[in-house]
Design a protein around this ligand. Structure first.
Ligand code: NAP
Length: 246
């Protein structure tokens, strides 16, 4: 086990973020669970971690709102000094034909998936630069690599996550900060609740491993990119996708 670090995971009340929180906690790290609407789910996760010998706290903030993120970081900085590891995971999808998409829909997707990452990273990096150490992992998607019908805003936002990762990795490398990206394939979470069983079967049939991925399989990759085993890895996109994109 590496030394205990302070890790902030955005959107950790459910799904992939929740699995990451459990993974970091199990490995002895101090876990900060950010949530937006899922107060009960976040509190339940804090209780599970703390009752099992881990250390977790939760803070509410809509990551798309710079003032709320600043407020969350002022509490984090007061309590922990700052974060060593930032996982920009909070994300939303809006599945619809591009011609039906409103400006509001577009702004909401980019607000959470791109501006949320900007807001949190902006607040996190001064502490990392001072320590000459930091790990930032941004969650993109296979749709940000290859695009998907009825997911134009989502795909564009997730492509932006990849561009942001590569540029920031170049800029922050000399400060000892690694910035990487995880681009999962189709993972079994609430985000895919809108898919019919036929949709899911079709996606599984397009996947060489013939199934959806689990949240734990994504958390394992996020954890690798946050630890000492990936110390010479930065600016990379790792895609746990069952072979969907080759
Ligand atoms: P999910 O189960 O729908 O959970 C989304 C999480 O994001 C929730 O904890 C939610 O918190 C949080 N969130 C949403 N908007 C937020 C905001 N404005 N501020 C703070 N938190 C916010 O989704 P998931 O499948 O775990 O997805 C996690 C990440 O993986 C996303 O970035 C997603 O795009 C990406 N991803 C998912 C898949 C997939 O197939 N599932 C594939 C590739 C990439 P509250 O409930 O508290 O509001």
């Amino acid at each position: 086990m590496q030394n205990a670090k302070t890790v902030l995971i955005t959107g950790a009340s459910r799904g992939i973020g929740r699995a990451c929180a459990l993974k970091f906690a199990k490995n002895g790290h101090r876990v900060i669970i950010n949530y937006n609407k899922g107060k009960n789910e976040a509190q339940e996760l804090v209780n599970i971690i703390n009752e099992n010998g881990g250390y977790a706290v939760s803070y509410q903030a809509d990551v798309s709102d710079a003032a709320e993120v600043e407020e969350m970081f002022s509490k984090i900085n007061e309590r922990f000094g700052g974060v060593d590891i930032l996982i920009n995971n909070a994300g939303i999808a809006k599945t619809m034909m591009f011609c039906d998409m409103s400006e509001k829909d577009w702004d909401e997707v980019f607000g959470t998936n791109v501006k949320g990452m900007f807001n949190c990273t902006k607040q996190a990096i001064s502490y990392m630069v001072n320590k000459k150490y930091g790990k930032i992992v941004n969650i993109s998607s296979i749709w940000g690599m290859c695009g998907a019908s009825c997911e134009v805003a989502y795909s564009a936002s997730k492509a932006a996550v990849i561009g942001f990762t590569k540029a920031l990795a170049s800029e922050l490398g000399p400060s000892g900060i690694c910035v990487n990206c995880v681009a999962p394939g189709v993972i079994d979470t609430d985000m895919n609740n809108n898919l019919t069983n036929e949709d899911k079967d079709e996606l599984c049939a397009m996947t060489p491993l013939c199934r959806m991925g689990s949240v734990d399989e994504v958390a394992d990759v996020v954890y690798f990119l946050s630890g000492d085993e990936s110390s010479f890895v930065t600016g990379q996109v790792i895609s746990p996708n069952g072979g969907f994109v080759l």
